[in-house]
Write a protein that binds this ligand. Structure first.
Ligand SMILES: Nc1ncnc2c1ncn2[C@@H]1O[C@H](COP(=O)(O)OP(=O)(O)OP(=O)(O)O)[C@@H](O)[C@H]1O
Length: 240
């Protein structure tokens, strides 16, 4: 579904993503894990067509992110780190706007909005302006909006940042429902989130994937006891 080949990004002379090679399968929930600055968001932005790679390419559903960015944008969607809701529109209006942007007829659009509000527990807040929602509810709305286009591939950059335990649990349950139907690439610093959701994990360090596999594989390959121990070993810096 996603085939990344030698994907590279330089900011001035600084290499931020370094000849990344990775395949992500259809319907898989793939977690990208890495320290601050490892290159996760930059990778996601390139895959979404928001940033041009310096070198390399990737195909999504057979379409090149370099040659065919518009076609890629038709099959993907993203819930970015910075929540992308229109602050002065209500929950209902935000969702309806997105549904209509994606070209759904009014009746179909309204039905989609009601479905997504129910799925995300947003119905009681449908008349609230987005700016009055708590951070956790804004994230829920942002993820719901990303699903309005019924994407084949969904990128979620730290989807549960700032959510309380129940809100996080609700989003996890939604993502578990989507697994197998939508290919999901998720970044998160919460290891328990990755343990709960991910089919496979890629640990990113200095712009490269330094470990790849299921959590069980990573644990048994390294002889460690937990994903946290694996992560700490793989991202350890040499002491000067
Ligand atoms: N527009 C930019 N210009 C210059 N450097 C940038 C730019 N955007 C990101 N960087 C740098 O690229 C590196 C990788 O950033 P990126 O946001 O991809 O990391 P990340 O793994 O997503 O980190 P985090 O976990 O903190 O979100 C960082 O050192 C960052 O400072």
């Amino acid at each position: 579904m996603i085939n990344i080949r030698d994907l590279t990004k330089l900011y001035k002379e600084r290499v931020v993503v370094n000849q990344l090679n990775l395949q992500i399968h259809q319907g898989e929930l793939f977690a990208l894990l890495g320290q601050n600055g490892a290159g996760k968001t930059t990778t996601i932005k390139m895959l979404c067509g928001l940033l041009s790679p310096t070198e390399g390419d990737a195909t999504i559903d057979g379409k090149s992110i370099v040659q065919n960015t518009q076609a890629v944008k038709q099959v993907i969607n993203i819930s970015p780190q910075e929540t992308a809701v229109a602050p002065n529109l209500t929950v209902y209006e935000n969702l309806l706007l997105f549904s209509q942007i994606y070209g759904y007829e009014k009746e179909k659009a309204q039905q989609q909005v009601y479905d997504k509000m129910a799925l995300f527990g947003l119905t009681p807040h449908q008349h609230d302006k987005a700016k009055t929602l708590s951070g956790g509810y804004q994230r829920r709305l942002s993820v719901a909006m990303a699903l309005m286009s019924n994407p084949k591939v969904l990128f979620l950059d730290e989807p549960t940042l700032g959510m309380d335990i129940r809100a996080r649990n609700d989003v996890w349950n939604i993502l578990k429902h989507l697994k197998g139907h939508v290919t999901i690439i998720l970044t998160s610093h919460y290891l328990e989130e990755i343990e709960a959701l991910a089919d496979r994990v890629g640990i990113m360090h200095h712009g490269q994937i330094c470990a790849l596999g299921t959590i069980q594989q990573l644990i048994s390959e390294t002889g460690k006891h937990s994903l946290e121990e694996v992560f700490l070993e793989k991202t350890e810096e040499a002491l000067l």
